[in-house]
Design a protein around this ligand. Structure first.
Ligand code: UTP
Length: 478
């Protein structure tokens, strides 16, 4: 036993966690070393704090909802003519930043996609209507298109987790990085947090391993720092990080308007919102509280607030969060750095966590037996100076694949992609036949190598000397 191992044993004993050593006499030297290595990465002060706050107490929010105000936002120009000039100006600034290579794309792809029930990294899931291109392929091609369009490389940072890192990297390798330069794609794994049972005890998944789970999409901010990605961005001259989630193929993450608003507003963290479809839609709500912007989850905001209406009969808390943000590199360096006064809070999730039973065998419990801890990226907002919030339209930017069926499923996402492509064609004067639900009656697709949004579509379409006829199975490629 080394001195280091002995001091780990006393530290864990002092916190009532000595059960993690109960199989020490049954495991090999190599297994022991692995156990000690894992334990040395656990911050026991943090575990004690989380257990005290979220396991022994309820960890309820202490927000006074009467002080909550809806956040102001820049409306979309399709909804408010008066802001058209503002959007035009923002676009110019955003395009300039893209030409100067100041923007990096950042995908959080460390989730486990349990609701979708797909076996593999979610980014490898096939989504497009005809070619069944994967989510990663769609994003890669959007980057390819924009880098060519603006004449500057766009670096892509992809956060994975230990669970899917290798599979993710192999997927890119097998697909030749979808035509991107491999040195422009940067992978790193997010951090892990130990799970605990309802007594606050660490949970063993084998005789030499405790259960650790990904620390949530909010963990991306510290992972960007710890992985050296922030330092790399600085070397590359990147100033703005365009953050998006892996499950939304519609997302316009190289959006010159949004980038421009972020830069013009000297914002540390900017967000896109969309108008809630109905009062109790299950989205986070953008609110201002004591001079700070924040997102309050639907589960935390009492229904009476979600349903409040203003004098004009409009929903008061109308701004829904869709997890699309731009961060300044300096902001992520501070809020994801070592200063604990700037750390994001944790949230608890009660789960069924497989654990070793009395006989030392792994068993999946029938009932929830423990708690996982996760950080949420929007919790960075209250730390941000000059947060900018702009409106986007659902049909242009948001249709996530979350569930196997129903709302936010592969089927609804396919319909939304078809509707978006039809909208671009309509803008060019081409009518697409639709069914009673407003969904095109046949499958076709506009590949991101051709265009990535309505503006770029019109530009490309108008340059075609011979316009193709759009029929079932058409794939418009650049
Ligand atoms: P979700 O909250 O939808 O979680 O993640 P999920 O893991 O993909 O799916 P479920 O809940 O198990 O069904 C939203 C985004 O945040 C990423 C996901 O990959 C997705 O892009 N994420 C989530 C991480 O990168 N790390 C995490 O620890 C959690």
């Amino acid at each position: 036993m080394t001195q280091e191992h002995e001091s780990l044993i006393s530290a864990f004993k002092a916190r009532g966690q000595e059960h993690v050593f109960q199989y020490l006499n049954e495991i090999s030297e190599e297994e022991k070393n692995l156990l000690f290595e894992q334990l040395s990465g656990i911050d026991l002060d943090e575990v004690d704090y989380l257990v005290e706050r979220y396991v022994k107490q309820e960890g309820e929010s202490d927000l006074d909802f009467n002080k909550m105000e809806p956040s102001e936002y820049v409306p979309h120009f399709d909804k408010d003519e008066s802001v058209k000039a503002q959007w035009k100006e923002a676009k110019k600034i955003g395009e300039q930043a893209l030409r100067e290579g100041k923007v990096a794309a950042f995908t959080v792809a460390g989730g486990q996609g349990t609701r979708l029930g797909y076996n593999g990294p979610k980014g490898t899931y096939p989504v497009t209507p005809v070619r069944q291109a994967s989510l990663f392929e769609v994003f890669a091609k959007k980057i390819r298109y924009s880098a060519k369009h603006y004449g500057a490389p766009i670096h892509w940072f992809v956060m994975t987790s230990v669970v899917n890192h290798e599979q993710t990297v192999s997927f890119f390798e097998e697909n030749s990085f979808f035509g991107l330069e491999p040195e422009h794609v940067h992978f790193f794994s997010q951090g892990l947090m130990p799970a605990v049972d309802f007594e606050g005890k660490l949970i063993l998944e084998s005789k030499n391993k405790v259960v650790m789970t990904p620390d949530g999409h909010g963990g991306s901010l510290r992972a960007l720092n710890r992985s050296g990605s922030i330092a790399k961005m600085r070397e590359l001259g990147v100033e703005a990080i365009s953050y998006f989630q892996v499950d939304n193929p519609l997302v316009k993450f190289i959006d010159p308007y949004f980038i421009g608003f972020h830069l013009l507003g000297k914002s540390e963290m900017s967000s896109k919102m969309l108008a809630k479809a109905y009062a109790l839609e299950k989205v986070g709500h953008f609110c201002d509280y004591e001079g700070k912007q924040m997102v309050v989850e639907y589960s935390d905001l009492p229904n009476e607030y979600q349903e409040q209406r203003d004098d004009k009969g409009e929903l008061r808390f109308i701004a829904g969060s869709i997890a699309i943000h731009i961060f300044s590199v300096d902001f992520v360096a501070s809020v994801g750095g070592d200063d604990t006064t700037l750390s994001l809070p944790f949230h608890k999730a009660v789960k069924k966590i497989p654990q070793l039973n009395e006989a030392g065998e792994l068993e999946k419990p029938a009932e929830p037996n423990g708690v996982k801890f996760e950080m949420f990226v929007f919790d960075a907002l209250p730390f941000a100076e000059n947060p900018v919030l702009i409106e986007t339209l659902r049909e242009d930017d948001f249709s996530p694949v979350k569930n196997a069926e129903g709302v936010d499923s592969p089927e609804s996402c396919k319909d939304h992609q078809l509707q978006m492509f039809a909208k671009w064609l309509n803008a060019a004067g081409v009518k697409v036949e639709k069914d009673g639900e407003g969904v095109p009656s046949f499958d076709f697709e506009i590949d991101p190598t051709f265009a990535t949004d309505v503006d770029s579509f019109l530009e490309e379409w108008n340059q075609l000397t011979e316009k193709p006829v759009i029929v079932s199975g058409t794939v418009l490629e650049g």
